[in-house]
Design a binder for this molecule. Sequence first.
Ligand code: WTA
Length: 632
Amino acid sequence: MCSLWRGSLLTLTSSLNRRVFQCCRQFGRSYNIASCMPEAVAFQGVSDHSGLYKFSVNESDRFWGAVARQRLSWISPFHTVQNCDFSQGKIKWFEGGKLNVSVNCLDRHVHTCPERVALIWERDEPGTEVKITYRQLLELTCRLGNLLKRQGVRRGDCVTIYMPPCPLAVASMLACARIGAAHNVVFAGFSSEALADRIRDAQSSTVITVNQGVRGGKVVDLKRTVDQAVQNCPSVQQVLVAMRTENTVAMTDRDVPLEEEMMKEDVVCEPVAMDSEDVLFLLYTSGSTGKPKGLVHTQAGYLLYTSLTHRYVFNYHDGDVFGCVADIGWITGHSYIVYGALCNGGTTVLFESTPVYPNPGRYWEMVERLEINQFYGAPTAIRLLLKYGDEWVQNYNRSSLKTLGSVGEPINTEAWEWYHRVVGDGRCPVVDTWWQTETGGICIAPRPADPEAEIVPGMAMRPFYGIKPALLDTEGGGGGALCISQAWPGMARTIHNHHQRFTETYFQPYPGFFFTGDGAHRSKEGYYQIVGRLDDVINVSGHRLGTAELEDVVNQCPAVAESAAIGYSHDIKGEGECLPKTRSGKIMRRVLRKVVERNTDELGDLSTLDDPDSVHEVIRGHRRLRGDGKQQ
Ligand code: WTA
């Protein structure tokens, strides 16, 4: 094993030494293509960023084949770069190849720099961060891998993880990868019902959690939520419980004290050789109808795509501290806190707190204390913080910052400008990164690009290497349904147990294309601007909620006969959720949008509604809610 991945590191270094400097002159200065990407020196005719981009989409096999050989450590090499057919929803990358994701994220860095910090756990209590080196993280992962095996977890099983961001959560994910199990991380803010749904759908026999979480100074009884959830999950055999706080919680026969048991395990755990297309994880996300879907990501392609985007979108270099403040329960946490960052040997922050705890200076105090180089956050938090004023930012030294990132929803110009001017002192590129749980990693972002290429506020702008966007059903003005016209290694492979839903949702609306569900515009320069969802998915604070899920909850209330949920524009959250009482899906939602936009003269045809009178009730209710009832 060892000599194999050492071999591939050697190949990488020798290719760096071999690099031929192909120079180009642009923007008044020259740069060599190897500074874009070392592999590019071998791509004939490629001398600048746009040449490299064109090569990546036109010669996709050669591009991804070279990058995969250079950047991943393989146990056995792949024989086929890609084998994809959108009409069947078939997506396979690097077939024939075998590798272990945890070896790529840990062992190879332990061999070169064991004492480098892998994780900085920024705990809720400011100033109490914990640093974990690559050597320590490998040790935790191996002990946990052995413990999972002892508990009967086998290759192909799926372990549910319900934990806040913490080193043991990362070690749990990597331990699954090490022994060939898949993981299903459920955001530790979801209710016991939502958790139970996901455990059942994933058929997990093992759940990993903590006794309690701590967030914004408040203690949250996560183990209790798990207890409630597993009552309705017959598949669950054991619950491993880590201790985040000192408080004891009731333990049953099913529960296993995690730290105590893992200390009994060996620090060596043989990594399993996984096929490129074996499942790495499931991650549930809201769709426009029905239950949340368990999107499936696999090993090699996902790892390659997240590490490449992490390196080039954020311009991450060895030794940088990468601060992504998302939760590990979302795809952003999976791809950029864990897999992309660790595959690159990065130092990555695990943020347990909130943007306003203990005060609205939290992020920037943390940036100063941890000397964060890349900060990656959500527009909703930026909008919230800008309302508190510049002083909270200016109180802290942010000179370590090099790149600022935004994700999850469109970032409005005011928030973008503030982020750039105040947080970044006008000297850091702001990268508005567009992507989805389904895409695995960033697909459209202002970087990488030619050095000093312009960045337009509030625009994701440029497709990443290998991404070929297309706008379909275009109306005048260049807008349309955002699709991607060829496969890339990071894309989801299926919906767990529902391949048909996968093809219907993503490949049937526009045959030959992957349909994102978002609308976008393309400017005359060719830059993309994302407009938002075209379907019934609501984006509240950067988190996806399906209208059907919200309605399910409201309908459980005995006083409600039927309901329709819509999003309305909200200053901070992007969209709020609006849940009035009445019936009938799409049409009712159209009506509700008019009501919240105060266009009650344009309600359109209400005849298909069961009870058109209810609309007037809704209008009155909405006026009361907005506080303008008295004026009527
Ligand atoms: C939205 C989050 C505009 C979009 C990584 C997408 C964005 C959905 C942006 C995916 C952005 C994400 N600009 N909209 N930069 N980034 N979105 O699966 O509607 O939680 O389809 O993945 O968020 O949300 P998800």
